[in-house]
Structure formats: C-alpha cells, structure tokens
Design a protein around this ligand. Structure first.
Ligand SMILES: *[C@@H]1O[C@H](CO)[C@@H](O)[C@H](O)[C@H]1NC(C)=O
Ligand SMILES: *[C@@H]1O[C@H](CO)[C@@H](O)[C@H](O)[C@H]1NC(C)=O
Ligand SMILES: *[C@@H]1O[C@H](CO)[C@@H](O)[C@H](O)[C@H]1NC(C)=O
Ligand SMILES: *[C@@H]1O[C@H](CO)[C@@H](O)[C@H](O)[C@H]1NC(C)=O
Ligand SMILES: *[C@@H]1O[C@H](CO)[C@@H](O)[C@H](O)[C@H]1NC(C)=O
Ligand SMILES: *[C@@H]1O[C@H](CO)[C@@H](O)[C@H](O)[C@H]1NC(C)=O
Ligand SMILES: *[C@@H]1O[C@H](CO)[C@@H](O)[C@H](O)[C@H]1NC(C)=O
Length: 920
C-alpha cells in the first residue's frame, strides 16, 4: 500500500504558483463554464471568480509569456476523503488548446463516459492524471497519432477489463500508472514502439494472465512494478539489456519460472522485489555484479541451492530477505570473506540493516565477521539447521542490533558471565539454543527488551531477582522448557509500559517452579504455567479481586499440584477463552460461575478428582470448541442442554461416572469431531441420529475463525489446542493435526440394542470404538462406506452374524478388534484382514486366517475387490503419513513445520511476522 501513500504525497506536494501572465478571455470563459457545469458541494473551485485573473485561480497555471493556461490541476481528494467534485462533460476543455498537463485526480468522472477523447482534444497534452476518478470503463481511442502524451495516470479506478492496446501506442510515452485500477485479462499484443518508455506502475490489478514478452524487450525501462496483480506463468526471458532499470517488483503473483538471466545484467538495479511467488531454481553468483542494489526481497518462493556471497560484495545493500525458500548449504556462504572490502575491519564494510534468512535449510554457523555489521538492526535466521558455537566476537560491533530472531537452531552461545553486549535489543528470540546451564546474565544489560524467548535453552536453577524486575517491561516472555526452580514473585508491569495496551504474554511452562501461584497484573492476556510444581494459591489467584477486571484470555495451569476446590470466582475473568486446569488434584464440583465465561472456547479439567454433576450454567458457554473432563469422578446424566453448545468440536468425558441414556439432543452437535464418552455407566441405545454429526461425515470443518488450526494465542502457533485421543488401542496426544481427526468412542459402558444403520453414513470417521458394551445385531453390511476408517473396535459385545465381506475394502484400516462377540463364519479374505493378529478375532465362532481354525467348507472365493485407489487428496495423504509418526508426545510440531506452509508462519516466525507488518 506504499503506492497509495506515494500517490497522495505527490498530489499534495504539487502546488501551483500563480505566476505572472494575463489570462486569455476565451480560456477564462471555458473554465467558468466548467465551474458552472460541475457539481461542487465542497467548493473546491471557490477561488475561480470572474473578477480575478484566471491565472491566479487555484490549480491554474498560465504560460509566463503567452498567458495561455498550460496546467490545470483540480484536486478532488484529500488525505481522508473525496471532496465530491463531479464533472460529467469535457466540451469546455476544447478552448484550452495549449494545455500540457491535466490533473483531475479524485474528481468523480463516473458519468464522463467518453473521457478518453480529452487526449485528442488537447494536442499539446503531455500529462494526464485521472487517478481515483471512479472511472469504470476505458473506451477505445482512435486517431491519436499526433498526440504527444508522455504520462498517463489512471490509478485507483475500477475498469474491470483488459488494458486496451492504445495506451501503449503513443510514440512519446514515458510513464503509465495503473496502480489499483482493476485491470483484468491479458496484456495487449505487442510489440510496441516505446523508445522513451521508462515507468510502469501497475500493482494491485487482477490480470490473471501471463507477463507479456514485449514488456521485457523494452530496454529503457527504469521502474517496473507489477506486484499483487494476479500474474502467473513464467517471467519472460527478455532481450532488453535493462541497464537502466532501478526498481523491479513482481511480488505476490503466481510466477513460477526460474530467475531469468537478464536480471543479472540490471547494473543499476537498486530495488528487487520478487517475494511471494513460486519461483524455483537457483540464484546465480552473478547477482553480486549488481552493485547498485540496496534492497533484495526474494522471500516466500521455492528457490534453492547455495547462497551467493552478496554480503560484503554488494556494499550498498541494506535489506536482504531470502526467507522462506529452500536455500541450503552453509549459512556462512552469504558472507563474502571481506578481503575485497575496503577499509578492512572499519565496520563500514556493509550497509546491511536487515538480514532475513529464516525458514530455509541452511546449516553451519555464522562467521565471526558477522560481528562487523555495525549497521545491522534486524536479523532473522530462525528455523534453519544451524549449529555451532557463537561467542562474544560474533556480536562485537553489532551496536545497532534491535531484533535477533534465531529460534529452532542448534546453536550455542558461549560468552563470559560478565559479557556486556554492544547492542540494546528489543527482541531476542533464541528458543532452542544452548544458553545454560547458568541463567544468561547478559540479559540484564538489555534495558529495552520487549520480546524475549529463551525457551528450551538448557537453563537450570533459580531465576535471579533482577530478572523479575526487568520482566516488568517484557511483552512476550517465553522461558518454558527449562529447569528453572523457585517461587515466582508477583508479576509487576512497569509504569512506563503500563499505558501501551496490547498483548502481554507469559510462558513459563515445563519448569520446576513451585510454591504459591504468582498474582498477575490485569493486563496480562496469556499465562501458561503448566507442567510445574505449583501447589498453592489458586483460590487467592482467582478470587482476590482488584477493582479492574482482568484481561486474561488464556490460562493454563495444567500439570501442577493444586489440590483445592476450583474457586467460584470466574466472574473476575470475563475475557477468558482458554481455561486449562487439567492434571492437578482438584476436588469438589465444577463451580457455577464457569458459566459467565461467554468467550470460552476451550475448557480442560481432565485428570483431577472432580465430582458431582455438570453445572447447567455451562450451557451459556456457547462458543466452546472443546470440553475435556477425562478421568474425574463426575456423575449424573449427560444433560440434553449439551445440544446448545453447537460449536463443540471435542467432547471428552471419558472415565467418569456418568449414567443415564444418551439424549438425542447430543446429535445436534454438528461440528463434533471427537466424541469420547468411554468408561462411564451409560446405558440404553445408541441414538439413531448419529449421522447428524456432519463433521464426521465431511471429515473436518473447513475454516475456523480464519485459521485451520485451533489456535488461540495472539501469535500464531504459540498456543494451540491439543487433545488426548484414544485410538488404535492407545492414547495419543494430538495438536497440529487435531483438526483433521475424527473419532467416536463409547466403549466400556452398558449400551445395548443395535449398532444404528445410520452409523455408516459417517464416512469421514477415522476411529470408532464401541467395545465392552452389550450391543446386539450384526455388523452393518455397508461398513465399507466408511472408507477412511483407521481404527475399528467393536469387541466384547454380543454381535452376531458374519463379518461382512465389504469390510475387506477398508483400505485405511490399521487397527481392528471384533473379538469376544458371537460372530460366525469365515473371516473375509483380503491381505489386510489376514495381517491382523488372531487376537483381533478370538472369542467368536469364526474360522479362517489369521485364526488357526480352518473353515469346514471350501470357501467360495469371490473376486477380490480392487484395492481402493490411492487417495490423491493432499490432506488425506498428509494426515495418514503424519498420524503414523505421531506417537504420544508433547507439542510434536517439528515434522509438520517442514511441510505445510501456513504452519511455517508459526511460532518461530512470530516476531518476523509482526515486524513485517509494521514495516510494510
Ligand atoms: C518563463 O519560464 C521559463 C521556463 O519556466 C523561464 O526560462 C523564463 O525565464 C521565464 N520567463 C519570464 C519572463 O519569466
Ligand atoms: C461526450 O458524449 C456526450 C454525450 O454523448 C457529448 O455530448 C459530448 O460532446 C461528448 N464529448 C466529447 C469530448 O466527445
Ligand atoms: C474487478 O473487475 C471484475 C470484472 O469486472 C469484477 O468482477 C470485480 O468485482 C472487480 N474488483 C473489484 C475489487 O471491484
Ligand atoms: C519508433 O519510434 C521512433 C521515434 O518515436 C521512430 O524514429 C522509429 O522509426 C519507430 N520505429 C518503428 C519500427 O516504428
Ligand atoms: C506455471 O504456471 C502456469 C500457469 O499457471 C502453468 O500452466 C504451468 O504448468 C506452470 N509451470 C510450472 C513449471 O509449474
Ligand atoms: C559478473 O561479473 C563476472 C566477473 O566480473 C563476469 O565474469 C560475469 O560474466 C558477470 N555476470 C554477468 C551476468 O554479467
Ligand atoms: C569493531 O570496530 C572497531 C572500531 O570501528 C574496530 O577497530 C574493530 O576491528 C571491529 N571489530 C570487528 C570484529 O570487526
């Protein structure tokens, strides 16, 4: 959107002096006619009065000798809005025959349908600006051969049609500005004879077509911007030598070729922006011939190969962004050895200010020469495969470093305990580094620190007191996954940063912090103290009310040692979206005030000793996505009001003492993907309406609040939903792929009656467990419809009849248990069924492999149904391959990060992302 600002800026800096010269009478008449015909509600033309010399009118410039009007600039818009000036007809213009510049930007010309005629009416016209004029069509123009038009600005209109050929056919044409004009379709067929053409600004259109070859044969181009324009296909290999090109942006299109060779001949190129395309192949070392470059952005492509050693060769280079590609090899390759860098060691070797290499496949370590980039302010190298040791020398002269983001590396920082860095950084993101075992004391010197991630850094022991004082200004603090011990004092927030609002995130999970739960300031928005050994203070934390209300949205205290009752003070915390108190030793009932949390999306109380019924107030929490109350002692019915929690995706009440029948209202939960009611005392029949679980029919619900994952943090990927899911005879912890999983587990209850026939309509179900009930009837014949089923357990019931032959076409099935029923007959023959263990079938009257019992009759061998074709749906494939590798673990994010792009925008890039949004 820089373009927009730029246009506005230009408009505001053009101010016409009213020079000498006496206005010609016929021209004055023409202008007065315009004023009369125009609709001018805000009096833009107020200075145009008859008794004044028209050369003194605002926006009118006369020739200093002849007195003819040569420039007319009617400014129809302001910073904030259009001024409502509307002109429908241009007949009056014909008298201004010496006009060489006409600017009506912002004037409403929507009714002036034949506006292009202006070009033929004014034989001297050199510059025409109709920017933001509500133009919606661009009529053809004939007989303009004598035109001397050089500059045409039609930006910010809405043509909704292709660029007509005539705009490129002025022999004298110098520049075209089409930014945000909604041009569509192909470029006109060339070639055009454009010997003076230097500038094309055409970003933010919707061409949906390929780049024209002829454009890349124009050797006088200086400025080319076609970003955000829906262009696809290759970047043409032009014949032009482009030695004059200084600015080139093809960003955010769908260009999918390699980088063309002509690029390396653009000796005067200063700015190169190719980001966010599908460019592939390598970047040639010849790029270091382009010594005028100050800015390179090739991020978000599929570029590969080694890095070229541009740093230290391109001395003017200030901003370099190669992030989110597939570059490999040593990261140090990008740094020239500095030998040809004058004057050696002066620190003036490079103008480099921004270096972004994050999200590639780079290995190795930063060279010591890195410490010389005294202009470096922003350094992003996270999410590569870097390893090695960095010392003080690596940072010697980085006096301007502000952002250092280098998570997901195997790097070690080895500095003396009294190291005083030469920088004052605001953001230090070193999650995953080896910083410990001692607490990094140098952080104390960082008086401007705002974001600090030293998670998973092998730090052991107490946190020094000074740190808690310093932390009062830290907006994002992540020290999780270390071995920190001791109590955490009451968090304070410094007065200076108090008023600044915004997120305040504290992540200290997976340490050994203990004692009393610390109080937090009201403005903290996310607090994760899970997996520590806190044992006291939950009541005072939640109930000691300040007068203001708390901003907290995420509260995760799971995996501690709280043994109180859950206090009934939730009214103090109205913003909460996530509450996790799971895996403690909490007792008593679930308090009623939970029902005031109208924003609540995730409630996790699993593995405590909670008892009593579910409070009916819970039915106010209609935004809930997840309820997990696994492994408690809750009892009573499953209340019918569950049906009102219509957004529920995960309902897990496993291993409690619920009894009663399953209310049909449960079937109203259309988004439900995981239903786990196993190990309770439920009885009665399975409702026939189970086929109303549409998410189990469709596989998954597509878009959730703009994000595919159940992701709650202010920063993408920092705090993501997870759930323990029983499938394939085991418990698994899912997080990143959770939204792809579907499962129904009603096992270990007293359910009776038939397996409802409607069950087989749940064709998106991946895991089904009805085992250990008293179900009768037979296995549905059309079970093969459930063709993504991976785990099926219907053992320990009273099912009878044969196993339907169709079961052998469930090609995804990798876990099957039908044991201990009254099934009879032959086990259907398919390579898959025979590969299961005999225990999958025992306790029946079955015969045939894999059981040892032979069938008495010769089995009638049917034509084996064809193996189902490989599912070429990407999601399915992805899901399957991921699930296999997904054994019980915490936060298993590493593998998916390598594959799927949106996820790579995640945790380790969060700073990069916020930074980018501030700077563009
Ligand atoms: C008129 O303007 C031209 C160019 O703008 C300038 O060279 C010339 O000196 C001016 N003449 C007078 C009389 O001001
Ligand atoms: C534009 O069209 C209108 C109506 O058709 C006509 O009156 C007017 O003369 C035309 N103007 C020009 C500049 O062709
Ligand atoms: C651009 O033009 C196309 C085709 O006329 C139209 O469908 C689309 O809505 C336009 N886009 C905008 C943003 O107005
Ligand atoms: C291109 O235009 C230039 C000047 O405008 C002219 O001299 C030249 O002959 C033209 N070339 C062709 C092929 O039309
Ligand atoms: C590039 O994109 C074009 C148009 O979208 C497509 O036809 C072509 O197959 C793509 N080429 C490659 C190499 O992906
Ligand atoms: C870049 O410079 C090197 C050495 O000066 C030269 O050999 C090479 O041809 C140049 N590359 C291009 C594309 O001009
Ligand atoms: C750092 O800068 C100083 C003074 O500019 C210079 O003398 C020294 O060599 C530099 N050190 C490194 C490692 O570049």
């Amino acid at each position: 959107m820089r373009g927009l600002y730029y246009i506005v800026l230009v408009l505001f800096t053009i101010k016409f002096c009213s020079c000498s010269g006496i206005c010609k009478e016929n021209e004055k008449t023409a202008l007065l006619r315009l004023k009369k015909e125009a609709n001018d509600p805000t009096n833009v033309l107020s200075s145009w009065v008859d008794k004044e010399d028209c050369c003194n009118w605002e926006g009118v410039l006369c020739h200093n000798v002849t007195g003819s009007v040569i420039e007319l600039s009617i400014n129809g818009w302001d910073w904030s809005e259009l001024k409502g000036l509307k002109i429908d007809d241009f007949q009056w213009l014909s008298s201004l025959e010496n006009l060489d510049s006409l600017d009506m930007s912002g004037v409403d010309l929507s009714e002036a349908t034949n506006w292009t005629e202006v070009i033929n009416m004014l034989p001297s016209l050199v510059s025409l600006r109709f920017s933001n004029c509500s133009l919606h069509s661009i009529p053809p123009l004939f007989d303009h051969n004598s035109s001397v038009l050089e500059n045409l600005d039609l930006s910010l209109n809405n043509f909704g049609s292709p660029i007509p050929g005539w705009v490129f056919s002025f022999g004298s044409l110098v520049s075209l500005e089409f930014t945000g004009s909604n041009f569509t379709g192909s470029f006109p067929e060339g070639p055009f004879n454009l010997t003076s053409f230097t500038t094309l600004r055409a970003s933010s259109n919707s061409f949906g077509s390929v780049l024209p070859q002829w454009l890349f044969d124009l050797s006088n181009l200086e400025y080319l911007d076609l970003s955000f324009s829906g262009l696809e296909g290759p970047i043409p290999n032009g014949v032009g030598d482009f030695t004059k090109l200084t600015y080139l942006s093809l960003a955010s299109n769908n260009l999918n070729s390699t980088i063309p060779n002509w690029l390396y001949g653009c000796k005067n190129l200063e700015t190169l922006v190719m980001k966010d395309n599908s460019l592939e192949g390598t970047v040639s070392d010849s790029i270091s011939n382009l010594t005028s470059l100050t800015s390179i952005d090739m991020s978000e492509n599929f570029l590969s190969g080694k890095l070229s050693s541009v740093i230290g060769k391109l001395w003017k280079l200030e901003d370099l962004d190669l992030s989110e590609n597939r570059f490999e090899g040593e990261v140090s390759e990008i740094f020239n050895t500095m030998n040809d860098c004058p004057p050696i060691g002066s620190g003036n070797c490079s103008s480099l200010r921004t270096l972004r290499l994050n999200d590639n496949k780079l290995i190795g370590n930063l060279p010591k020469s890195f410490g010389q980039f005294s202009n470096l302010q922003f350094c992003f190298i996270s999410n590569n495969r870097l390893e090695g040791v960095l010392t003080e020398e690596h940072f010697t002269n980085l006096t301007n470093l502000k952002f250092f983001s280098a998570s997901k590396s195997n790097l070690t920082l080895r500095v003396s305990s009294d190291w005083i860095p030469s920088f004052q950084a605001s953001d230090i993101v070193m999650g995953g580094w080896r910083l410990g075992p001692d607490f990094p004391l140098w952080i104390q010197t960082q008086q401007s620190i705002m974001n600090l991630d030293i998670s998973n850094a092998g730090i052991v022991g107490e946190v020094p007191t000074w740190f808690w004082n310093l932390s009062s200004q830290i907006r994002f603090l992540n020290m999780s996954h270390n071995q920190l011990i001791g109590e955490i004092p009451t968090f304070s927030i410094s007065d200076s940063s108090m008023g600044s609002g915004g997120p305040w995130l504290i992540y200290l999970s997976s340490n050994n912090f203990s004692g009393l739960l610390p109080h937090i300031p009201t403005m903290v928005t996310e607090l994760d103290l899970s997996d520590n050994t806190f044992s006291e203070g939950l009541t005072s934390f939640l109930c000691d009310k300040k007068n203001e209300s708390y901003m907290l949205e995420i509260l995760h205290l799971g995996g501690n040692r709280f043994s109180e009752e859950i206090p009934d003070c939730w009214m103090n915390w109205p913003e909460l979206r996530v509450v996790n108190l799971g895996e403690n030793k909490l007792t008593g009932g679930i308090p009623r005030s939970i029902g005031v949390l109208s924003n609540l999306k995730s409630l996790d109380l699993k593995r405590n000793k909670l008892s009593g019924p579910l409070p009916s107030s819970l039915n106010n929490c209609t935004r809930l996505w997840k309820i997990d109350m696994n492994e408690n002692e809750l009892d009573g019915n499953l209340p019918p009001w569950f049906g009102t929690l219509s957004k529920l995706i995960i309902l897990s009440l496993r291993s409690n003492k619920f009894d009663g029948e399953l209310a049909p209202e449960l079937c109203q939960l259309n988004d439900l993907q995981i239903l786990d009611l196993a190990n309770n005392n439920l009885f009665g029949a399975i409702p026939r309406c189970v086929n109303n679980f549409t998410a189990m029919v469709n596989g998954r619900k597509e878009i959730r609040d703009g994000d595919d994952e159940m992701d709650y943090s202010y920063y993408v990927g920092v705090f993501r939903e997870s759930a323990r899911v029983a499938t394939k005879g085991n418990m698994y912890q899912y997080d990143t792929i959770l939204s792809l999983f579907t499962s129904m587990d009603l096992s270990n209850n007293n359910l009776s009656g038939n397996i409802p026939m409607s069950l087989t309509r749940l064709v998106g179900l991946r895991s089904l467990n009805f085992s250990h009930n008293q179900l009768t009837s037979s296995i549905p014949r059309d079970i093969d419809k459930m063709n993504v089923l991976e785990s099926l357990d219907i053992s320990n019931n009273q099912l009878s009849g044969e196993i339907p032959q169709s079961i052998s076409s469930l090609s995804s099935l990798s876990y099957l248990n039908v044991s201990h029923n009254n099934l009879s007959g032959q086990i259907p023959v398919s390579t898959q069924l025979q590969s299961f263990s005999p225990f999958s079938f025992t306790g029946n009257k079955l015969c045939g492999l894999p059981l040892v019992e032979r069938c008495s009759k010769n089995p009638k061998v049917e034509n084996e149904e064809e193996e189902e074709e490989e599912d070429d749906n990407e999601v399915e494939w992805f899901y399957v391959s991921m699930a296999i590798g997904f054994i019980v673990a915490f936060w298993g994010v590493s593998a998916p990060l390598l594959f799927i792009r949106p996820w790579r925008h995640a945790y380790y890039r969060f700073l990069d992302r916020t930074w980018k949004s501030w700077h563009t």
